[in-house]
Design a binder for this molecule. Structure first.
Ligand code: ADP
Ligand code: NA
Length: 332
């Protein structure tokens, strides 16, 4: 068996959103609090699969690190670092590029979504992204990966790659890693379009709440969020065909750490004109201390650099022997 070990990452491809916070980082903190071995990473190699302005990339990496810490990641208990500084990720990814099959990669819905109609113009890195993600996870022999729902298919691919490697080389070397997708906020949707997930790479800023938005901006975005004209239902079933309503209720539940049923018991029957201000108040109350701490850390770049240096060392101490053993298994 493999010792339980948690790994996850977030791309520094823009500012952190409420989706990243509720769907990922808040849950990273919970797993750290459970006393598990936790490894968290700013995945800059993934970010550059689409064009990133260099100055913005380094700023976003720092801001993301500040976001992790402000949200409660303790760099003593968790390993926190920047992907590109641990070369073993990219080295193992090459091995996995040779394990994964073209057909598997072509079926990835994120690839199809992100490349769109213009696949010929997409980067090769965007296509290979899930093999790098498998390497991020497996270079630590991680057993559990907390992620949002959008990553389900990539985690299945990670298991396929591990299983094929183990099978091809006749070893039981890589674990079949499980995704951990839990809570009310596994898929926070855009505030403008209930069919799209909230994302830092969405061109419309009104579609998302950024961790660095001030109180007025948060209130305005929630006030303008798309909804239907019906009042809130009194139970879960009443949200079935109402993506926008369901999204706002899910966000409320995740922020308040309540069950969706509880939120509806309290707010069922209300119009959105009454529910939205309550949601905005809750969002501001929850996010304000996190964004204030992020701002403080952004003024202390030395503090962030020291944390990342130490995290890099600790990450490499785990990854290097696993990569070395992989090379031996492959015959290199
Ligand atoms: P983004 O789409 O904002 O660029 P990333 O690809 O960096 O986000 O994803 C980082 C983590 O945040 C992943 O675990 C992903 O599943 C999670 N995540 C991203 N967007 C959302 C969302 N809207 N709701 C829930 N989780 C999300
Ligand atoms: Na993404």
């Amino acid at each position: 068996g493999f010792t339980p070990r948690v790994f996850s990452g977030v791309q520094p491809s823009g500012g952190l959103t409420l989706g990243n916070y509720l769907g990922a980082i808040k849950r990273f903190v919970e797993m750290q609090e459970q006393g598990l071995e936790t490894i968290y990473c700013m995945v800059d190699l993934h970010a550059i699969t689409v064009w990133q302005d260099p100055a913005k990339l380094s700023h976003a990496t720092r801001e993301l690190c500040a976001g992790f810490i402000a949200a409660g990641i303790d760099p003593e208990r968790s390993i926190l670092f920047n992907q590109s500084r641990v070369p073993e990720h990219a080295q193992l990814a090459w091995i996995f590029n040779c394990v994964a099959r073209m057909g598997w990669m072509k079926r990835m819905t994120q690839w199809k979504d992100k490349a769109g109609k213009n696949q010929e113009e997409a980067s090769l890195g965007l296509f290979a992204y899930p093999a790098l993600m498998a390497a991020d996870i497996l270079v630590y022999h991680a057993t559990h990966v907390p992620v949002g729902e959008d990553q389900t298919q990539h985690l299945e691919l990670t298991r396929d790659i591990a299983a094929k490697f183990n099978h091809d080389y006749g070893v039981e070397f890589f674990p079949l890693t499980e995704s951990v997708i839990e809570g009310a906020a596994t898929r926070v949707m855009s505030l403008r379009d209930g069919t799209r997930k909230m994302s830092k790479s969405d061109p419309s800023d009104m579609s998302r709440i950024n961790m660095t938005d001030d109180a007025d901006t948060i209130a305005q975005k929630i006030r303008k969020a798309r909804t239907d004209p019906e009042p809130l239902p009194s139970d879960h079933a009443g949200l079935a065909e109402r993506a926008e309503a369901r999204n706002l209720v899910n966000i409320y539940a995740a922020l308040a750490e309540m069950e969706v049923e509880q939120v509806l018991a309290e707010h069922g029957g209300k119009q959105f004109s009454a529910f939205k201000p309550a949601l905005a108040e809750l969002a501001v109350e929850t996010l304000a201390p996190v964004s204030a701490e992020m701002a403080r850390l952004m003024e202390a770049p030395g503090e962030i650099d020291a944390i990342l240096d130490r995290g890099t060392e600790r990450a490499r101490a785990i990854a290097a022997p696993i990569l070395k053993r992989t090379y031996e298994i492959v015959g290199m």
